[in-house]
Design a protein around this ligand. Structure first.
Ligand SMILES: NC(=O)c1ccc[n+]([C@@H]2O[C@H](COP(=O)([O-])OP(=O)(O)OC[C@H]3O[C@@H](n4cnc5c(N)ncnc54)[C@H](O)[C@@H]3O)[C@@H](O)[C@H]2O)c1
Length: 324
């Protein structure tokens, strides 16, 4: 099949593109390299079935010179923890509009990357696709990201009802692995590994008792491919996540990473950073997925435990550190 991947030089996009090429698909990857890197796509850049277009998707012309049966839209701004809420809201909306127009024009299926962040701080755990959305006040800028993805989900479904767009929406739960961004953009596990490799204290935001359920990127990619190709994925929303029993506190994640890198008997160096140090921030206390729907309808089965996935990620991150 012919596939367009936006954000192809980013973390998930590069892992997805590599897997699609291995299965014999033709991939056109588009990225402006604002957060992605050529290093992520170097190993398949010259393959005959891969074409890379460096372009900014804010310009609708960026999508003119390619075609596909499926468009996977991954390019996005994220939680404005250290960045701009204006950018998150404006840019995600513009990119979405350009992608929607493209998919309608060429009758290609849109596979859209949404996020578990849209469940917000709903205390009813685990989160199924039918769970309520419980966000904090609009004065807290972190919610700009969730709002941009909720807006996108609603707009995609309206395009389906009114204009017959074909879609699948994916809600990722904290994905990690090789090619992850090495700053906070890549998530806590990324910066924790970077600190532990340097033998510097791991910085934990808040009291560390907030939990997450992290998903190794190979499992995320398995889920995306189910959402792309499985007939039952048509016009549906799916959580893509690890098994719910992989839930872990951020403090335990820090300790686990430290010990995987510096040995079981070493004493982790951990600093707790108050949320107040980066503005009016609001965290999510627990985040646990319900993956029953994607397991039953699409046959998805996550295979990586957190410790196995982190070991692979650490091995990769060591090689990147050596290159720098
Ligand atoms: N990584 C996760 O754990 C996670 C969790 C939930 C949702 N998501 C969603 O999955 C998608 C992919 O996430 P990721 O972690 O791979 O992010 P990433 O930042 O590594 O990749 C996104 C890519 O999009 C590119 N991009 C951004 N703006 C662009 C623009 N205007 N034009 C062209 N390219 C542009 C960036 O350069 C980057 O390479 C995003 O939509 C994100 O919101 C990710």
């Amino acid at each position: 099949m012919k596939i367009i991947v936006t954000g192809a030089a980013g973390f998930i996009g590069s892992n997805l593109s590599e897997s699609l090429l291995k299965s014999g698909h033709e991939v056109t990857g588009i990225d402006n390299l604002s957060y992605g890197s050529m290093r992520n796509i170097q190993k398949f850049l010259n393959e005959k079935n891969f074409r890379f277009i460096k372009a900014d998707l804010k310009e609708s012309a960026a999508l003119e010179d390619c075609s596909g049966d499926i468009l996977v839209h991954l390019a996005s701004q994220k939680i404005p923890r250290y960045s701009s809420a204006m950018l998150t809201l404006n840019e995600n909306a513009i990119l979405l509009k350009n992608v929607l127009d493209k998919c309608l024009r060429e009758k290609c299926k849109l596979v859209f990357a949404s996020t578990s962040d849209i469940y917000g701080k709903n205390p009813d755990i685990p989160y199924s696709e039918k769970s309520n959305i419980v966000l904090g006040p609009t004065t807290v800028k972190r919610w700009a990201y969730a709002i941009s993805k909720i807006y996108a989900e609603q707009l995609i479904m309206a395009y389906n009802t009114e204009l017959d767009l074909q879609y699948t929406i994916m809600r990722f739960f904290g994905s990690y692995g090789p090619n992850q961004n090495l700053t906070w953009w890549g998530g806590p596990q990324s910066v924790f590994i970077a600190k532990a490799l340097k033998n510097e204290p791991i910085e934990i935001h808040g009291d560390g008792m907030q939990t997450r359920t992290f998903t190794f990127v190979n499992d995320t990619v398995q889920g995306i491919e189910k959402c792309m190709f499985h007939p039952a994925s048509k016009n549906e929303i799916f959580n893509i996540a690890a098994n719910p029993d992989e839930e872990i506190t951020i403090a335990d994640l820090g300790t686990m990473i430290w010990k995987l890198i510096n040995g079981e008997n070493s004493e982790p160096l951990i600093n707790f950073i108050p949320y107040s140090s980066f503005g009016n921030y609001e965290d999510v206390r627990r985040r646990v997925p319900d993956i029953t729907k994607i397991k039953n309808m699409l046959g998805f089965k996550p295979v990586f435990s957190l410790s196995a996935g982190l070991s692979d990620t650490i091995a990769w991150q060591r090689t990147v550190k050596e290159e720098e």
